[in-house]
Design a protein around this ligand. Structure first.
Ligand code: HEC
Ligand code: HEC
Length: 333
C-alpha cells in the first residue's frame, strides 16, 4: 500500500531547496515504491533533502546522494542512475521511508490531543545527523572488540571531532565511564583506565570523571590483589588528587560493589576505612551501620547509629534510622 510520504517543513530551509534534474525534464520517475507515482519534482527534492540532512550527508555537489544512489563525482549528474536499486543503503532507506510514513500516518495520527504544532517523526528523529544511529557506547565497544583500545580511542576522537555539539552522540562524562566499566568487567583494566583517563582529559573540570578514574584504580587493586592492599594504595594516591575528588563516595561505591558480590567481610573492611576517613559524613556512617545490620550483627549496626546520633543529635535521618532499627530489634529479641 502506498502512502504519501510526509513532506517535512523544509520550507524553513527554503534556501536549500533545489531541483533534481533539468527544469525541462518531465516529472517521471521510474522506480518509486514508497513515494506516489505522481510525486512532483519539488516533492521528490524535499524528500531527498530530508534523507540527506537526517543522515548528515554532505550536500555539496550532491556528493551525499551517492550514499544511496549509483553515480560518480567525475560524471555529470545527468549520467547518474537514480532509479537503480544497486546500493544496499538505498534499499534500506526505502524501508525507512515507508516506516517513517507509517509512524506518522498510522500511529501518531491516532493520538488525540496532539502536540501543537504537530510533531512528525523524520529521519532526524533517530539518526540525528548520522548514518549509523547506534549510540556511542555500542559503537565504541564494538570497535574495541575488533581493534583494541587504540581503535576505540581513535574512533572516539573521530566521532568527537565530527559530531561534538551536533547532538548526534552523547558526549557527557558518564558514557565513557559506562564503557570503561564494560571493559573492566572483562578484566582488561589497563584498557578501562585508558578510557577513564581519556574521559578526564576531555572533561578537565568535571570531578565525576576524575572520581570514576580514581575508583577504577582502587577497584583494580582490589580485584587483582586484595581489599587490604587496595585500601593502602588508596591512602597513598588520594593525597595527589585535586580537592573534592577523593571524597567519601569512592570507597562507599566500592564497598557496595563488593557487597553485591556477597563478600560481606571485605565490604565491612572498606566501610570501616571510609568511616575512619570521613567520620562526620552521614553516608559513611549509614553504609557501615546498614552493612553490619544486614550481616546479622544487628547490635553492631545499631551501635554505629547510636554513636552517630550522639555526635550529631540534630541529624534527622540518623535519628529516624536508629529508632526504626531499635524498634525492629526489640521485636526479634
Ligand atoms: C539515504 C538514502 C538516499 C539519499 C541520501 C538520497 N536518496 Fe534519492 N532515493 C532514495 C530512495 C530510497 C528512493 C526511492 C524512493 C521510493 O521508492 O519511493 C530515491 C529516489 C530518488 C529519485 C527517483 C528515481 C526514480 O526515477 O525512481 C531521484 C531522482 C533521487 N532519489 C535523487 C536523489 C538526489 C539528487 C539525492 C541527493 C540530493 C538523493 N536522491 C539522496 C534514497 C536516497
Ligand atoms: C525509528 C528510528 C529510525 C528512523 C525514524 C529512521 N531510521 Fe534509519 N535506521 C534506524 C535503525 C535502528 C537502523 C539500523 C538498522 C539495522 O541495520 O539494524 C537504521 C539504518 C538506516 C540505514 C542504513 C545505514 C547503513 O550504514 O547501513 C539507512 C540508509 C537509513 N537508516 C536511512 C534512514 C532514512 C533515509 C530515514 C528517514 C526516511 C530513516 N533512516 C529514519 C532507525 C531509524
Amino acid at each position: 500500500m502506498k502512502r504519501k510520504f510526509g513532506l517535512l517543513a523544509l520550507v524553513a530551509l527554503g534556501v536549500l531547496s533545489f531541483q533534481v534534474g533539468n527544469a525541462q525534464e518531465p516529472n517521471k520517475y521510474s522506480n518509486l515504491q514508497v513515494l506516489d507515482a505522481d510525486t512532483t519534482r519539488d516533492e521528490l527534492g524535499d524528500a531527498m533533502l530530508q534523507n540527506l540532512f537526517g543522515l548528515g550527508l554532505p550536500r555539496r555537489q550532491r556528493e551525499g546522494c551517492l550514499f544511496c544512489h549509483v553515480g560518480d563525482m567525475d560524471l555529470p549528474v545527468s549520467e547518474w542512475d537514480f532509479p537503480s536499486d544497486d546500493k544496499k543503503t538505498k534499499l534500506k532507506a526505502r524501508v525507512m521511508m515507508q516506516m517513517v510514513a507509517d509512524i506518522n500516518a498510522d500511529y501518531l495520527a491516532r493520538l488525540d490531543d496532539r502536540m501543537d504544532p504537530d510533531f512528525r517523526v523524520t529521519c532526524e528523529t533517530c539518526h540525528a545527523g548520522r548514518t549509523d544511529p547506534r549510540p556511542l557506547d555500542t559503537i565504541l565497544i564494538k570497535e574495541y572488540s575488533a581493534n583494541g583500545i587504540s581503535g576505540a580511542i581513535d574512533k572516539y576522537e573521530e566521532l568527537r571531532a565530527r559530531y561534538f555539539g551536533a547532538g548526534a552522540y552523547d558526549f557527557r562524562p558518564y558514557v565513557l565511564t559506562k564503557i570503561a566499566r564494560t571493559i573492566a568487567a572483562t578484566g582488561a583494566w589497563n584498557d578501562a583506565l585508558v578510557i577513564e583517563t581519556k574521559n578526564e582529559e576531555v572533561h578537565p573540570d568535571n570531578r565525576s570523571a576524575a572520581r570514576a578514574r580514581l575508583t577504577m584504580q582502587v577497584a583494580r587493586k582490589m580485584y587483582e590483589d586484595s581489599v587490604l592492599s587496595a585500601l593502602a594504595y588508596y591512602d597513598e594516591i588520594r593525597q595527589d588528587e585535586a580537592p573534592g575528588v577523593a571524597g567519601y563516595s569512592i570507597l562507599d561505591n566500592l564497598g557496595w560493589t563488593i557487597h553485591r558480590e556477597e563478600r560481606v567481610d571485605d565490604a565491612l573492611l572498606i566501610f570501616r576505612k571510609n568511616l575512619e576517613l570521613f567520620p562526620s559524613e552521614y553516608v559513611a556512617n549509614e553504609s557501615l551501620g546498614d552493612a553490619l545490620w544486614f550481616s546479622d550483627d544487628k547490635a553492631a549496626g545499631i551501635a554505629v547509629f547510636e554513636a552517630w546520633v550522639q555526635a550529631n543529635p540534630e541529624n534527622d535521618m540518623g535519628r529516624r534510622r536508629l529508632l526504626n532499627m531499635q524498634e525492629e530489634f526489640s521485636k526479634t529479641e
